[in-house]
Write a protein that binds this ligand. Structure first.
Ligand code: NAD
Length: 439
């Protein structure tokens, strides 16, 4: 991942890429900023897919399909290239990423074979976990540190070492760990940065592992992304700390499949005055994320982030909005999500709509993770600290500043994001061009 070399091609299919004498695609943007992605949950399905994707892009074995901002690379000053992303991170499981990716069965055999030489070089750093917060996922690769202060010190040291060894210009911590149960954000230790510091010293059980990683990121000046439903950077102590330190925070819970389509369909139904009488959403999945969600405490976190979007978009509560997630092993990462929507139209006549999305969970999530790392790094270069509301497009439960109500409708989130990314240029883009640049 380190051998960035000078040349000037643009991303695209293999044929676009110049090659060195060994036949490896040569990376563009030599000497450009190198941005570390320090991933919590590095051995997971999403993280290994993201790391493999970078490897396959790097060797020219994959093009930019599914990467929403590939086409904007040349228009946005300071947006890091995919080639410039350097992967590292923690996992409770010590397996190298080639072995981990094989277990997840997301990649095709040929893709796994091509990415394996690079992936096998990546071994997760020892992690900080707590079965009190995530019961169904345990592992032996744990940091030797007693108490929350010592654990946060270990994470901070990892980040400093990563920056130095990889000669990084920027670094973003991305939370892709298993879903934790929700802690009580009203606990005194989570209220202010000072209380949080005291809580670390006192080993206060209100502080979750997810919060330790978020805290370490902020104090080490690394941007932070929470792609999980866990409450991590959300603690008031940490949002305040991030604002004080000028560190960008983005989250939470990636909006990849069922919820993404919900936030596309619901605005259309509202626009045509079709009343949503009920919306029944159910999912089956059999990956390790599904196993983590088989614990009722972790499941409650996920259902909460998935459940919030409809009422805000429709402007009234949908009493019969049901969301279910079931762990079903045979399906692995190939999640299936069904929606049964009951509508009332003109003259009180009833209608139904069914959506069946047979998706690939990690294939939808991994490109968003890569884009988030680039955009949070961009926000940091632009001097924007604290919660990054313009990145709400990526999330099921977008973080907001203060008591703000999040925007959930995808088309409005897209407008806000494009305005932030492109500034004045966004206003001259016609909607079709803007949409195309996001496809
Ligand atoms: N795939 C999607 O479409 C999608 C969408 C939104 C959110 N998410 C969330 O992203 C996260 C990752 O999903 P996944 O499918 O890769 O899950 P996964 O179970 O495959 O991976 C999670 C990894 O985190 C590790 N882990 C658990 N606790 C840890 C800790 N304290 N420190 C370090 N590592 C730890 C586990 O060992 C595992 O390897 C989940 O929280 C999931 O809910 C996924």
């Amino acid at each position: 991942m380190n051998d960035v070399q000078p040349q000037a091609s643009h991303q695209g299919g293999p044929s676009d890429r110049p090659q060195d004498e060994d036949g490896r695609a040569v990376l563009r943007n030599a000497g450009a900023r190198r941005v570390g992605m320090a991933i919590v949950g590095l051995g997971g399905a999403v993280a290994t897919t993201a790391a493999a994707g970078l490897e396959l892009l790097r060797t020219g074995a994959a093009g930019a399909e599914g990467l929403p901002f590939a086409r904007l690379e040349q228009q946005v000053d300071g947006l890091a290239d995919y080639d410039a992303l350097v992967v590292g991170g923690w996992d409770l499981d010590a397996a190298d990423l080639a072995k981990a990716a094989e277990v997840h069965r997301v990649l095709a055999a040929q893709q796994l074979a091509s990415a394996s030489p690079g992936l096998s070089q990546l071994r997760p750093w020892a992690a900080v976990g707590d079965a009190e917060f995530c019961r169904n996922v345990v592992g032996g690769n744990t940091a030797v540190a007693e108490g929350r202060r010592a654990q946060s010190d270990v994470i901070r040291a990892d980040l400093r070492r990563f920056r130095a060894e990889e000669q990084l210009d920027g670094c973003v911590v991305v939370n892709l760990a298993s879903t934790e149960r929700w802690p009580d954000l009203d606990e005194p230790a989570l209220a202010t940065p000072e209380a949080f510091e005291a809580g670390l010293d006192a080993d206060d059980p209100a502080i979750s592992p997810g919060m330790l990683y978020a805290y370490a990121a902020i104090v080490e000046g690394c941007g932070y992304v929470n792609f999980t439903p866990s409450l991590a950077g959300d603690a008031p102590a940490l949002t305040t700390l991030a604002t004080m330190r000028g560190v960008p925070l983005a989250g939470k819970d990636g909006k990849t499949g069922q919820t993404m389509f919900k936030t596309v369909l619901a605005p259309a139904l509202r626009s045509r005055a079709l009343t949503v009488e009920g919306w029944y959403s159910t999912n089956i999945l059999g990956n390790r994320d599904g196993l983590a969600l088989d614990d009722p405490a972790s499941l409650a976190s996920k259902l909460s982030t998935k459940g919030q979007v409809l009422d805000q978009i429709l402007g009234c509560p949908v009493e019969d909005h049901v969301v279910r997630i079931d762990y079903y092993r045979p399906r692995g990462d190939q999640k299936e999500a069904w929606d049964a929507i009951d509508l009332v139209g003109f003259l009180g006549q009833r209608m139904q709509m069914k959506v069946d999305f047979q998706c690939r969970d990690s294939i939808l999530a991994a490109p968003l993770v890569l884009e988030l790392a680039r955009l949070v790094d961009l926000a940091q270069q632009r001097g924007q600290g604290g919660v990054q509301e313009q990145l709400g497009w990526f999330f099921k439960a977008p973080m907001t500043t203060g008591d703000g109500v999040p925007e959930h409708a995808l088309h409005r989130q897209e407008r806000v994001l494009l305005d932030w990314l492109l500034g004045d240029d966004a206003t001259v883009l016609d909607p079709a061009a803007a949409a195309a640049s996001l496809q």
